[in-house]
Write a protein of this length. Structure first.
Length: 161
């Protein structure tokens, strides 16, 4: 078992490697384990232990939306009352088309506090998702900001932050 502030140096190396892209296939951790010089079972045991000890809370994939056919996306700025934010969070967590959801500070000139990024195969599909969310939360106070052009998108270099 790992202590919160006293984990093995090998575990930190595994954590750094988990930030790299995995190979696509039936056993993506096998390739990673080979790169680390350990067995797949050893790697998975360390990962499970890191999850159980709270070092890893979540592990997910970042999909390059354009490469899998999602050609449209919209940032939706929502005006969600403070007392309904938890309710909104529960509803939005089940919407697969939402890749990001953030709460931000309101400003007098811009009365929105929750932001969701929605991806779809078309503008109409994105609008359908917005309508579905709006109906589920019974909120019509939002504004749509469709992407016109992407200037920069890259994975964070966590080792050099």
């Amino acid at each position: 078992m790992h202590e919160k502030c006293d984990y093995l140096a090998a575990d930190s190396r595994i954590i750094r490697y988990l930030h790299h892209s995995l190979t696509i296939g039936g056993r993506p951790f096998l390739t990673l384990a080979r790169e680390l010089g350990i067995t797949e079972d050893e790697l998975l045991e360390v990962i499970r232990s890191l999850i159980a000890d709270g070092f890893i809370r979540r592990y997910g994939a970042v999909v390059r939306h354009g490469k899998v056919g999602y050609s449209s996306n919209v940032l939706v700025a929502w005006n969600i009352p403070k007392e309904r934010i938890d309710e909104f969070e529960k509803i939005i967590s089940d919407v697969n088309e939402v890749s990001h959801c953030y709460e931000r500070v309101r400003h007098p000139e811009w009365n929105y506090n929750i932001y969701t990024m929605i991806h779809g195969h078309s503008k109409d599909e994105c609008l359908g998702v917005v309508e579905r969310i709006s109906n589920a939360v019974k909120i019509e106070a939002f504004t749509l900001l469709f992407t016109k052009r992407e200037f920069k998108k890259r994975k964070l270099d966590l080792e050099n932050l």
